[in-house]
Structure formats: C-alpha cells, structure tokens
Design a protein around this ligand. Structure first.
Ligand SMILES: Nc1ncnc2c1ncn2[C@@H]1O[C@H](COP(=O)(O)OP(=O)(O)O)[C@@H](O)[C@H]1O
Ligand SMILES: [Mg+2]
Length: 256
C-alpha cells in the first residue's frame, strides 16, 4: 500500500542543517498496522508530513499503491490525498471550533462526493458518527461540547469521510487520559479491520504501539534503527536504543 525509499527531509535553520528524516525506507502492506515509535524530536511527525505531501522531501521516493507521488502535479496530489488521511494528537486544535460536527463531516464527505444532496449528507454524517461510536443526534453540536475522547472520535470520522485507504495517525492518543486511550486504540483497530484500511500509527510509547501494531519500526534521530514484528521488537529487541525505550515504558499496557 505504502512504500518509502531512502526518504530524507532536512530543514535549514540558522545556518544549521537539521536532518529530521535521514534516509528512511519502509513499506506498509495492505491491511497492516505499522507502528512507528521513537522519542520526541526523532522525526516521526516530519516523516508523516512528508508522506502526506505536506512537506516536500529533500530526496527519496514515496509510492502509494505503486504510484510514485513525486511525479504528480499539485492537482493530482490533491486528488491523491483523499486516499490517505491523517489523525493528529490534539483533536481540539485540528477541529474548527466554529463548525458543527455536521459541517465538518459534510465538508469532508463532499471532498470525495461533491454532489451529495442535503438529505444524503445528513444520512452519511449520521452513519459516519455511528461508525466511530457517537450518536447521530449530536451532529449539530460544536467541538467544545464534547470530551477529549469524543473529539478524537470526530477527528477520526472526518479522516474516514473521504474514504481513504491509508490512515496516518500521529500520536492520536497521547493527549488523552489513559482510561480513554484504550477506547480510541480499540476503535482504530476495529476500523482498520472493518473498512480494509492500512495504518501508520505513530507514538512515543512502545507499549501502546505493541498493543495496536502488526509490525513496529523504531526511529532514532531521523533514521530507522529497527523494524520487525511487534512481538519481536517488544520481547527480543536487537538495537540498544529499543532496549532503552522498553525500560522507559510507562505502564499504560496494564490498563488496556
Ligand atoms: N518546520 C521545521 N523547521 C525546522 N526544524 C523542524 C521543523 N519541523 C521539525 N523540525 C525539527 O525536526 C526534528 C524532528 O521533529 P519532529 O518530526 O516533530 O519529531 P517528533 O514528531 O518525533 O517529535 C526536531 O529537531 C524538530 O525541531
Ligand atoms: Mg511528533
């Protein structure tokens, strides 16, 4: 579904070069959840933004279903972007406070189906809300009227609206209470299965990634230092850095 080859994203600031992503190669199979883990500042968000075509890569290639994204025109990229959607850490910042759930989801649905009639839109918004565990009767409410977990459900529904095939979730539970984290993680796992999605799931927390992912990639200072099955990386880590991450695990897994 997704293949990244020798990807580099460097920033230049104050005469220095920051190698945020520095030669990353990985692939995610259809239906798979690949977990990406690493400390804050190691380049996880830059990698996801580069894959999403929100930042141009310094070098390297990105293929979605074997289509080379670097050869596309801006218009083609906008069209292609419907196929891969993001969920961010902070649902409050990523949702427009002046838009009701209905408006936010209707706008996202229209990106794929511009001619949806009003009645169909209401029905589709309701269906989307129920898919993420929200009652359709709340569609006229605003983001501030929901809890943090419910807001993340809205953000997930908005990501699903354009019928993507790949979801990139960048620390989607890091801002939530531990008790809510497992609900959102289980929701994402079920959606991937039910809707035949593929997901790149990013977290600084190895125990969360181990719970959700089929395979885990470990990132340190812009590079992947280890990639393997979730159990192998968790129980038989090869790289010293992975062992350090394991020792630092907060006990979230015990709550799941
Ligand atoms: N737009 C930018 N300009 C300059 N440096 C950046 C920019 N975005 C990120 N960085 C730097 O790149 C590195 C990786 O950041 P980031 O991708 O946000 O890491 P993570 O998501 O793993 O915490 C950090 O050193 C960060 O300061
Ligand atoms: Mg980040």
């Amino acid at each position: 579904m997704l293949r990244v080859e020798n990807l580099c994203t460097h920033f230049h600031s104050k005469g220095k070069t920051i190698r945020a992503v520095d030669g990353v190669s990985l692939s995610v199979d259809r239906g798979e959840i690949l977990g990406l883990v690493g400390e804050s500042g190691c380049g996880k968000s830059t990698l996801s933004r580069t894959i999403m075509q929100l930042i141009p890569p310094t070098s390297g290639k990105i293929f979605l279903e074997d289509r080379d994204l670097s050869g596309l025109t801006p218009k083609e990229i906008r069209r292609e972007r419907l196929n891969f959607q993001m969920v961010f850490q902070d649902p409050y910042a990523s949702l427009n406070p002046r838009m009701t759930v209905f408006s936010a989801l209707a706008e996202a649905l229209r990106r794929r189906h511009p001619n949806l009639a009003k009645d169909d839109l209401s029905r589709e918004v309701g269906t989307l809300m129920e898919k993420v565990g929200l009652a359709a009767r709340f569609m006229k409410k605003y983001p501030h009227e929901f809890s943090g977990g419910q807001r993340q459900r809205i953000a997930i529904a908005r990501a699903l609206a354009p019928e993507p095939r790949l979801i990139i979730a960048d620390e989607p539970v890091s801002a939530l209470d531990v008790s809510i984290q497992s609900q959102i993680i289980n929701l994402l796992m079920n959606l991937v299965r039910e809707l035949d999605l593929t997901m790149l799931f990013i977290s600084h927390d190895l125990s969360v990634v181990h719970y959700i992912a089929d395979r885990i990639a470990v990132m340190q200072q812009g590079r992947l230092v280890e990639i393997g099955s979730a159990d192998q990386v968790m129980h038989e880590p090869e790289h010293d850095y992975t062992k350090t991450l394991l020792e630092a695990i907060p006990r979230v897994a015990e709550h799941i």
